[in-house]
Design a protein around this ligand. Sequence first.
Ligand SMILES: O=C(O)[C@H](O)[C@@H](O)[C@H](O)[C@H](O)COP(=O)(O)O
Length: 258
Amino acid sequence: MSHYPPNPPVLHSFPSSDLLMSSLASFIVKVQKESIDKKGRFTIAISGGSLPKQLNGLVGNPAVKWDHWQVFYADERVVPLSDPDSNHLLCTNELFNKVPIPKENIHTIDVSHLNDLEELSDAYEKELIKEFAQKDSARFPVFDLILLGMGPDGHTASLFPGHDLLADEDRWVAYLDDSPKPPPKRITLTFPVINHAARVVFVAAGAGKADILSKVLDKPEEGLPASRVRPVHPGQLFWFVDQAAAAKLQIPSSEFRL
Ligand SMILES: O=C(O)[C@H](O)[C@@H](O)[C@H](O)[C@H](O)COP(=O)(O)O
């Protein structure tokens, strides 16, 4: 555990969603390069919602070394991988079908083998242990990058306001069968895993995010799930937002520089 306080979040606000998307792609490419140069691989967790679409700047980008990516899901709905509710299906349609990533580098949560929630989350934890435990000797996996969205209630991944899972301090992967947003059964990375990542990036765009974003960033003491994302030192939290989402914020935006 780090003895230093978490680094303050870095906010990057862009005048248009196109600029947000291209800057996000540049940022990811830079992190990918640093990770591959250091360890020969790039570990990333992604979530659903509008996020996969925001990754469009990676499509056709020759700097992306897809065969070095190891992709996990920050959360997944417990439905078949071919179901329209599946985050994996969404990411496949929006991104993976458009780029040359080897299928075995995408770590799905596949309910066709197991549909007991506990077995399913244990199986995903084992998948993470295979990737991380022998290679890094940390108590929790240290992702190079975790990409998250934020719901209108301040939830992130499948960590919802007021839910018991917010207090989970031990597990790497947890499950719930009472998600307030359908579908009810989900698997999610826990806060300790999210907060041990080297970098976490939230992406939020559109006027519909303005109120909740100002609550999450200006009033972290309210403890909404997205406010609880505070990577332990030396981890760093970034917010990539557009001007519409940032309209009600008090904290200043930093210039985006690579
Ligand atoms: O699992 C879900 O129910 C959604 O995927 C959800 O968690 C989504 O990621 C956020 O609500 C952010 O949504 P947007 O990215 O669409 O703003």
